[in-house]
Write a protein that binds this ligand. Sequence first.
Ligand code: NAP
Length: 506
Amino acid sequence: MIFFDGKTRLICSLACGDLKTLRHEMLSQSAAGADLFEFRLDHLLPTPTLAELRDLLTESPLPVIVTCRPARFGGHYEGPEEARLELLRAAAECPNVLVDVDAAAAPADFPYDKAILSVHDYSGNMPDLEGVADRFESSPAAVSKIAFVASGPQDALRALEILRRGRKPTISLAMGEAGIAGRILAKKFGAFATFASPRKGKESAPGQPTVDELKNLYRWDRIGPATAVYGVIGCPIGHSLSPAIHNAAFEAAGLDAVYVRLEVQPGADNFKRFMDALLERPWMDWRGLSVTLPHKENALNYVGADRCDELSVQIGAINTITIAEGRLQGENTDYAAAIDSLCTEMLIQRRDLRGRGVAVIGAGGSARAILAALVHYGADVTVYNRTQDRAAQLAGEFHCRFSTLEQLPRTDAEILINCTPIGMHPHENDSPLEEIPSSVRVVFDVIYSPIETRLLRQARADGCQIVAGVDMFVRQACAQFEIWTGRPAPLDVMRQVTIKRLSGQL
Ligand code: NAP
């Protein structure tokens, strides 16, 4: 049968409310790049007749998986069980069709050679995953499908482990945002298929990426058994630009690698749980991780100060982990990116920062990283922050001065760096200053959305040199690429992708 040639299929799941919409979606999605459709009959109202179903299956430009999940298994079908099974049997008689049958309602006499035997667990705790997988292996069904709600991205790794052990065609996935890495990496581990939605908001199960995301953002067609795996850990992580920038870089460099997103809930325990699960599975081929809020400090503690560079330890946070033969190495590419963005605009070397007056606004995570590097290179830094205790603590730690935001207009600094979210989307009209102080020649805003903040527009109008947060963002990603691959980063590609994403063109 066409389904069983060892390739991992990309299934576009169509959960439409009526036949007209389903027909329209079927035609509009057939060119989007999916290999199969899933027709979720349980979303259709009224439920189609046998004749309507046969017509639909005949018309489909792609092979179809027919699913009619009852409400008790997480679907929407509320009609008689006999009628549901009759629909599935009728579908199974059509060419190029497989049917999904829930294991808990699977009759003894069923066309199992055309069946996907499935279980969907919404409890958030799938204790006997391996036992279920073993029982499904010995069932007469052509395909096994196990779907369960992810409690964290470690469950995506558990789902992938099932694929690795399975002998028969298997779909194994962890649902929800935390499980998305497993849906993408399913192809690397030889899954029978992965599910995708036609577009955002049309998912038939939580955590489905769109067909477009899989094909164009995660480079689905390039993923194979030898693909190296990278990712970004954070929470929230759904809107991170990092998968776009790193996957575009891998594409430009012709590397067999993929970069996924990993939602790890806040807390050192959650970070540790995921990292332990990852290191227990060396066969997964994880090579590197970006780390963003709120886990940069947890990452440093997990990797250990002795395996991180000196300035990262002083900052107390890392954003980059490299994995080689089970050993971890930690770095902070944020501070170097910030300093290099600044120096490049000013046409100076890092050492030329010595003695220059810098006003840093803010005393949070980004201020800390940038301030540590500025002090390291001898700059004369003053921290201006809303909360004085925080400013005092940071300034005390790095032996520099601090002051109030009210004093900021009277600064005599040459360089001004905004490390607060004032002016960030959706508050684009805000600025930390009414006017740029007269001593200031260079203004750096770490905010990257919008690309040009009100503060930067004020500075440009006053004839100052400006450094945009997007430069820092692109540089920190470039530095990660270089650490991980040992190759020069495709800076222009990475910058273009970032700017296109930020301006809504991608
Ligand atoms: P953070 O750790 O939460 O620190 C925020 C700082 O801003 C604190 O000092 C806080 O003052 C101050 N602040 C917040 N709202 C304020 C307001 N309304 N008025 C006055 N002060 C205010 O944040 P972060 O991680 O440093 O991030 C700050 C910004 O940098 C964000 O916009 C982030 O997107 C951006 N960022 C950019 C990059 C890049 O690559 N370009 C990297 C990292 C961060 P208090 O101490 O008084 O609360």
